[in-house]
Design a protein around this ligand. Structure first.
Ligand code: ZN
Length: 202
């Protein structure tokens, strides 16, 4: 599966000067919502991810995703795995599980995102699952940004990866483009201004 081609064909592989949610800058941005607007592609990606997870023999009762980014990927993955789907959302900046979602003690929960960079949001959602008694058995994303170690990849996790190294992480592929601190950003040096994806209608 050529993940980059799928993103490019969908117009989801954006080039410009972006301010990422982490505060870093990048010349590229992945707009997964553009890929997932086609339910057939969403289904294809999720079923491939589900196959990887099934082959690993990890038992999953429930998929949980952090809103908004993980919702579509997580829902499709839950469908492909034949399990239920719940989500976590930020309430006044704190990741919370509400809407009547219940987690049984030791329920096996797989955490899903569209893209995992350092894993910050998905890890916050995972800690909420554990507070409610669930057991986080794996992490999954359509794509890995190259900071965390995914199953089947030889590349080790970078120090900035926040995912625990004793829980497997599944992704369909890697997108390893550079991200910069604002002070060291070559695009800023050239005089352009970073903008937040979504703030200009994209
Ligand atoms: Zn910049």
């Amino acid at each position: 599966m050529n993940l980059e081609k799928i993103y490019r064909d969908a117009g989801a592989y954006l080039e410009g000067h972006f301010l990422l949610s982490s505060g870093k800058h990048s010349q590229f941005y992945l707009q997964s919502a553009k890929v997932l607007e086609d339910p057939k592609i969403a289904e294809l990606l999720a079923s491939n991810l589900a196959e990887m997870i099934k082959k690993s023999n990890i038992q999953v009762d429930t998929v949980c995703a952090p809103a908004l980014g993980g919702l579509l990927a997580g829902y499709e993955l839950a469908r492909a795995l034949g399990v239920r789907f719940i989500f976590a959302e930020r309430v006044e900046k704190v990741m919370t599980i509400r809407r009547g979602f219940e987690i049984k003690k030791d329920e096996k929960v797989l955490m899903c995102e569209d893209i995992i960079t350092t894993g910050g949001s998905v890890l916050e959602a995972a800690s909420q699952v554990e507070i409610q008694g669930g057991k986080v058995v794996a992490f999954a994303a359509l794509a890995n940004r190259g900071f965390c170690k995914r199953e089947g990849s030889k590349n080790d996790a970078k120090p900035t990866c926040k995912l625990p190294n004793n829980v497997p992480f599944f992704a369909l592929g890697d997108f390893e483009f550079d991200i910069y601190d604002e002070k060291k950003c070559p695009l800023c040096v050239n005089g352009s201004k970073a903008f937040k994806p979504g703030s200009r209608g994209n």
